[in-house]
Design a binder for this molecule. Structure first.
Ligand SMILES: Nc1ncnc2c1ncn2[C@@H]1O[C@H](COP(=O)(O)OP(=O)(O)OP(=O)(O)O)[C@@H](O)[C@H]1O
Ligand SMILES: [Mg+2]
Length: 260
């Protein structure tokens, strides 16, 4: 993807502030007025810290289609119904049109899932666009949301932070509670580990939710992903010297899923 130029670095008076067209579009629409810095660059997405006056927001910009691997695991797309037959065919064939549709659906899924979790009272960043679908559709490849951090400093991921034994226990307890609350709602995160859990003021915040699956729409895949989430969570907490019981948690998580 193209990186945004620093604010004020553009040449003429009418030149855009952000080189990335989707960021520039949201900037023009008044969603934010400045680029403060880079939170994290990655393969799938780059997260920027942007400012609306004194307020801070996180802008997760998905990479260009060519450089994206997507989470192509078929399980992540199970139960996603695409009513447009031409688009459904393009998705299957992974044509250019199909990739563009995949990208758009992926971003819309992240907004929809974040809103759903906010409304359910789970600790996730609150989206700064929506919940109206027409508003979210305007965001292009950008997920604009609450910035989790203090001042301009982002909260660390649980995979990167050093914790005392008591903090590690508390973080693990909260993470397990989150996984089970999702299960009780009939939802499976699908990438649940300390890499997608932020540690903010002694509280765990869950991020990175485009692939969240509804058990009702794809029971087998969702159960498989849930079992994998349990293993990822328990394994990724070992570096904090927390030995969770993966088998017991697996049974409890599967039991927590709604019965049909
Ligand atoms: N709302 C937020 N507030 C603060 N930091 C955030 C926020 N969202 C994401 N981050 C930071 O950006 C990183 C990447 O975000 P995320 O996990 O959503 O993307 P990703 O799809 O995993 O990207 P990649 O695969 O390229 O790493 C996170 O690990 C976290 O450090
Ligand atoms: Mg992530």
């Amino acid at each position: 993807m193209t990186t945004p130029a620093p604010p004020g670095a553009a040449a003429g008076a009418d030149a855009p502030t952000f080189a990335d067209p989707d960021l520039e579009h949201l900037h023009q629409r008044g969603y934010f007025d400045s680029l403060v810095g880079l939170v994290k660059g990655g393969k799938e997405a780059t997260v920027y810290l942007v400012g609306r006056g004194e307020e801070r927001l996180a802008a997760k910009v998905y990479a260009d289609l060519e450089s994206r691997s997507f989470r192509n695991d078929a399980g992540y797309w199970a139960g996603v119904y695409v009513p447009d037959r031409r688009v459904a065919k393009a998705l299957k064939q992974r044509s250019r049109v199909g990739q563009a549709a995949q990208q758009a659906i992926w971003v819309m899924r992240e907004y929809a899932n974040l809103w759903r979790l906010v409304e359910a009272g789970l600790p996730v960043p609150r989206p700064a666009i929506g919940p109206a679908v027409s508003e979210c559709a305007e965001a292009g490849s950008v997920v604009l949301m609450e910035f989790v951090g203090h001042g301009d400093t982002p909260a660390p991921r649980l995979s990167d932070v050093r914790l005392s034994a008591a903090e590690a226990e508390a973080a693990y307890r909260q993470s397990v509670d989150l996984l089970l609350r999702l299960a009780r709602l009939g939802l499976v995160h699908g990438d649940f580990s300390t890499y997608n859990l932020l540690w903010h003021d002694g509280r765990v915040v869950l991020i990175d939710v485009p692939q969240l699956l509804e058990v009702a729409s794809a029971a087998r895949q969702a159960r498989e992903l849930l079992e994998r989430d349990v293993v990822s969570l328990v394994t990724s907490f070992r570096r904090h010297r927390v030995e969770g019981d993966a088998e017991a948690l697996r049974r409890e998580a599967l039991r927590s899923l709604p019965r049909d």
